[in-house]
Design a protein around this ligand. Structure first.
Ligand code: UD1
Ligand code: UDP
Length: 345
């Protein structure tokens, strides 16, 4: 049987992996999940494995809370050991975190083919750690699964054309599965006393927003101004929580809650009037739930959401006229990926 070793570590990777792991099993391949340990709180990790039925990781490398070099380096060393022990036919990585780049590099150095889900995204801002991680992962990958046409074009501009497949966005697969289940299982809208379409959801965690005090203050001031129009519910990422605690900050009018599981998040999004975020995943999910988004960044990789009028940059022009976005597919990206993996190994 063909063996795929999947490297996961951060919240968005669990969410992307859920439908792909299911499709890999359905296609008759064996999957070994290695959790780097990058995200480790129950609300940042375990809850997604439980709610989204992701197979239990065989390894947890417990590497977290370190600088970029130390984190990536330790992951690299431990991932290499796991790959040598398991001898997979292929290594699968997702997105653009330090876990992604460590997984891709460890495999490439052992001459194991690498498949990258969410390949080809570019912000063209090399100050973002995510941009470095994506570029490196793409350049050592043999299979590149792109969620959008623009991602395919970005790779072509860097000379990468072999092994590139436009498969749509696996997060749409996850969202479709969650919408129904969240209606049955999540009561968060009621628990928070929210009337549908009366509130906004906000999330902030990107290093480019949190690590510079002046910039972080601007983001908070923007949210406080927006909260004067309608209540804002903000599930707070641990990186941001640390800053709030360290600086004694509490944005006025913003309801801060702990990070929530995927079903609660889907329900909150489905009933929201607006989304304010610097998250990559949330910009698309806002569109999947047909909620307008403001992205609190100076650029975005998800340019289609801007062009189709569902998203705008906080610094940028107003919304374009609205239309649908065909790129993300029909919720069948994961089976398409599994079929291509099967063909390749
Ligand atoms: C990481 C990714 C980012 C992604 C985000 C998704 C990198 C460089 N960054 O950022 O691209 O958008 O995940 O959420 O890989 N922490 C906890 N508990 C946890 C997780 C983190 O307390 O469960 C704390 C860590 O101790 C650390 C801080 O949060 O102090 C940041 O964690 P880290 O993994 O370095 O980066 P993220 O900001 O989560
Ligand atoms: N998310 C969640 N609970 C939360 C906040 C976010 O389930 O409290 C989900 C969100 O719906 C999206 C994903 O986490 O699917 C986005 O992850 P994150 O913002 O951490 O990372 P990014 O997408 O920016 O890499």
């Amino acid at each position: 049987m063909q063996v795929i070793l999947t490297v996961l570590g951060a919240r968005p990777q669990f969410i992307k992996a859920a439908p792909v792991s299911r499709a890999i099993a359905a296609a008759g391949m064996d999957e070994i999940i290695v959790h780097t340990g990058q995200h480790f709180d129950a609300q940042m990790s375990d809850i997604f494995f439980d709610e989204l039925d992701i197979p239990k990781p065989r390894y947890n490398l417990s590497v977290n809370s370190l600088g970029h070099g130390a984190m990536t380096g330790r992951m690299l060393e431990k991932l290499e050991e796991a790959m040598l022990a398991e001898k997979p036919d292929l290594v699968l990585v997702y997105g653009d975190t330090n876990s992604t780049v460590a997984g891709a590099l460890a495999a490439a150095k052992l001459h194991i083919p690498v498949a990258h889900v969410e390949a080809g995204l570019r912000s063209f801002n090399r100050r973002m750690p995510e941009e470095i991680n994506r570029v490196v992962a793409d350049h050592v990958s043999t299979l590149l699964f792109c969620p959008t046409r623009s991602a395919v074009d970005n790779l072509a501009r860097e000379g990468i054309v072999a092994g590139v497949h436009a498969v749509g966005d696996v997060m749409f697969d996850t969202t479709l599965a969650a919408i129904e289940r969240s209606g049955e299982r999540s009561r968060i809208v009621e628990a928070l006393g929210l009337a549908p379409q009366s509130y906004a959801i906000a999330t902030i965690h990107r290093a480019e927003n949190t690590d510079d005090a002046e910039r972080f203050a601007r983001v908070i001031a923007w949210l406080e101004a927006a909260a004067r129009e309608r209540p804002i519910i903000m599930p707070v990422h641990p990186r941001t929580r640390k800053l709030f605690d360290a600086r004694g900050l509490a944005p006025e009018g913003v309801v801060l809650i702990d990070p929530v599981g995927y079903l609660d998040m889907a329900r909150l999004l489905h009933n929201a009037a607006a989304v304010f975020t610097d998250s990559g995943g949330l910009q698309k999910e806002a569109y999947f739930h047909r909620v307008p988004c403001v992205t609190l960044r100076d650029e975005t990789e998800w340019v289609e959401t801007i062009e189709a009028g569902w998203n705008r940059l906080w610094t940028g022009p107003d919304y374009q006229p609205r239309r649908d976005i065909p790129d993300y597919g029909s919720g069948q990206s994961a089976p398409a990926i599994a079929a291509l993996l099967r063909e390749a190994i």
